[in-house]
Write a protein that binds this ligand. Structure first.
Ligand SMILES: Cc1cc2nc3c(=O)[nH]c(=O)nc-3n(C[C@H](O)[C@H](O)[C@H](O)COP(=O)(O)OP(=O)(O)OC[C@H]3O[C@@H](n4cnc5c(N)ncnc54)[C@H](O)[C@@H]3O)c2cc1C
Length: 404
């Protein structure tokens, strides 16, 4: 089989989800010829993503945002409501974007619209080859990585970006282990229409099984992520539309009025997982190939987009300096750039989730005190908001609106 692209291509991205598409677009716009190999996901993605302000800026900078902005809804207010019914109930906390001089914390968009916009942008870039195929093996050596496809084609490049999701073949090929903890929780996802306006407000009810989070979509629509005991999630997912709508209206205390579920439900068992290294042997991991975190606080893909922006920035800089774009120097730098951001958010969300699930009164009390302090102390609340939206330590160029 001929090595179709081996002479000229410098990076291969494996995985055509949102993280892989973003990396491929960024690499090509920075002048690194790239092949994206992605197989179609087994089923449609019914989730939405709350993209925080830095992620929106990066997508604007890459020419993607214009293609999907009309399908996104601004997040201007975020409410946390203690609905645990426990002895130590926390006060309601409200974050308003104007407090930190932002027009919005971010934008919520259905994943199908986001991925369609990324694909449209990717297809418009002449330096990007897109192969709808499955990667069967990835074999790194000192000089390059050999990638073999289901079609039998063989590709070679000095850098592979592994964006192939949580069961990553690229991660295994790089010899990188992953630490995983599974929770006895499942997220039920569905989009809704409702009779009352959401007023650009996302509301997170904290329940004894996990958060029940409503996030605005354009018009009188919202997305729901309902974290439940797995058996309860299965039962709810099996209800007909009218019954499920009624359960959601009850659990949301009718804040959005009458609720009607739309077609398309998802069930996602929750876990937290972090790769022990984010790069090795000419393979850099991004998105869920590198880290999985529970859908609390809208961090997962925002981290994945910062991974994509970071590896692209480093590879483009190495390419311009005529250095090895997949060499140890670039990969060690990438690992250092991403470690603190990923670890701090994974640990914080894991701890927060466990304080919700615990029956241990002192821990419930501590969570209540933490939320009380957030409610009462303006500078603390503003610092948490700023850090949540745009971590100061790790803002790759794209997140600051600077092209590569
Ligand atoms: C319920 C829920 C709600 C969430 N809400 C948010 C949110 O509001 N904000 C947020 O930031 N994050 C959120 N997340 C996280 C976010 O959805 C994920 O981080 C994101 O989807 C991961 O994208 P990815 O591109 O890394 O992986 P994926 O979307 O899994 O993409 C991987 C791609 O690789 C392809 N692939 C795999 N193996 C191969 C192979 N061998 N060859 C070729 N292709 C391959 C797959 O087909 C797939 O297309 C949520 C997660 C859940 C579960």
């Amino acid at each position: 089989m001929p090595d179709k692209f081996s002479d000229h291509d410098q990076a291969i991205v494996v995985g055509g989800g949102p993280a892989g598409l973003t990396a491929a677009i960024a690499l090509v716009q920075g002048g690194v010829a790239t092949i994206l190999v992605g197989k179609r996901p087994a089923k449609p993605d019914s989730r939405t993503t709350a993209l925080l302000a830095g992620s929106v800026t990066a997508l604007e900078t890459l020419g993607v945002w214009d293609l999907c902005a009309a399908q996104a809804a601004a997040l201007r207010i975020m409410r946390i409501v203690d609905d645990t019914g426990r002895l130590w109930r926390a006060p309601e906390v409200k974050f308003e974007c104007g407090e930190i001089d932002l027009d919005a914390f971010g934008q919520n968009i259905e994943n199908r619209h986001l991925v369609a916009a990324l694909e449209a942008r990717a297809r418009a870039l002449p330096g990007l080859r897109i192969l709808e195929d499955e990667v069967r093996s990835v074999d790194p050596d000192d000089e390059e990585v050999t990638v073999t496809l289901a079609s039998g084609d063989v590709l070679r490049a000095p850098l592979v970006v592994g964006a192939d999701g949580r069961r990553s073949l690229c991660r295994d090929a790089a010899g990188i282990g992953i630490d995983t903890r599974t929770y006895r929780q499942t997220a039920l996802t569905v989009c809704l229409t409702h009779s009352r306006p959401h007023r650009d407000t996302s509301t997170e009810f904290h329940t004894p099984t996990g958060p029940f989070t409503l996030v605005p979509l354009p018009g009188n629509r919202s997305s729901l992520v309902w974290v439940l005991d797995p058996a309860e999630a299965d039962e709810l997912a099996a209800l007909d539309d009218a019954e499920l709508s009624g359960e959601i209206e009850r659990a949301s205390h009718s804040i959005l009025g009458k609720v009607t579920v739309e077609p398309g439900r998802g069930l996602f068992p929750l876990s937290v997982a972090t790769a022990r290294r984010f790069a090795d042997r000419r393979i850099a991991l991004i998105g869920e190939a590198a880290h999985v975190i529970p859908p609390i606080g809208a961090q997962g893909l925002n981290l994945g987009l910062r991974d994509a922006a970071s590896i692209s920035e480093l590879a483009v800089a190495a390419h311009r300096a005529h250095h090895d774009i997949g060499g140890a120097e670039a990969l060690v730098h990438y690992d250092n750039m991403r470690r603190g951001d990923v670890s701090s958010r994974s640990i914080a969300i894991d701890l927060f989730n466990r304080t919700l699930l615990t029956d241990f009164l002192p821990v419930q009390g501590l969570r209540g005190i933490g939320l009380y302090m957030l409610d009462q102390i303006g500078p603390l609340r503003r610092a948490v908001m700023r850090e949540g939206v745009a971590p100061r330590a790790v803002q790759p160029r794209l997140m600051r609106g600077q092209a590569l």
